[in-house]
Design a protein around this ligand. Structure first.
Ligand code: FES
Length: 150
């Protein structure tokens, strides 16, 4: 066990875990931060998508040791001061069906809009293509991203 310090949703946290434990397990099982979902555990579904130093990343494939001193933001941090405009757009467009993948979808969308404030349909499809939704809410996801970009 080694102590690992990082910034989580604006607060410094220190955990004692093996350095190779994936951050997703630390978030969910050690810190009780369950917004990032466990879908595949191997970086291909996007359910756990969060931000590392402002960029979208997948904590299921990042060992906690790789985040030392860095800033991690989950959906909990995004909405800590009230609904983020992208979350509001999700509500307005009634995007969620079962909802499981939606925290990851929203975090991916926020990262997209930071880089490209007015994405085309093709830009959205390219950026979001690796965030899987088994309910098939892709049309509403696209509409919500366009609404948030207004
Ligand atoms: Fe992390 Fe699927 S659980 S990408």
């Amino acid at each position: 066990m080694v102590a690992h310090q990082f910034i989580l949703n604006g607060q410094s946290v220190t955990v004692e875990t093996p350095a190779d434990l994936p951050l997703l397990w630390v978030l969910r099982d050690v810190l009780g931060v369950t917004g990032p979902k466990y879908g595949c555990g191997v970086g291909v579904c996007g359910a756990c998508t969060s931000h590392l130093d402002g960029e979208a990343f997948r904590p299921c494939i990042h060992p906690v040791g790789s985040t030392a001193g860095r800033e991690v933001m989950t959906i909990e941090g995004l909405g800590a001061q009230g609904l983020h405009p992208v979350q509001q757009a999700w509500v307005t467009e009634d995007v969620a069906q079962c909802g499981f993948c939606q925290p990851g979808q929203i975090m991916a969308a926020v990262a997209l809009l930071r880089k490209n404030s007015h994405p085309s349909d093709a830009d959205i499809d390219a950026a979001m293509s690796e965030n899987v939704c088994r309910c098939g809410t892709y049309v509403r996801i696209r509409a919500a991203i366009k609404r948030a970009a207004l």
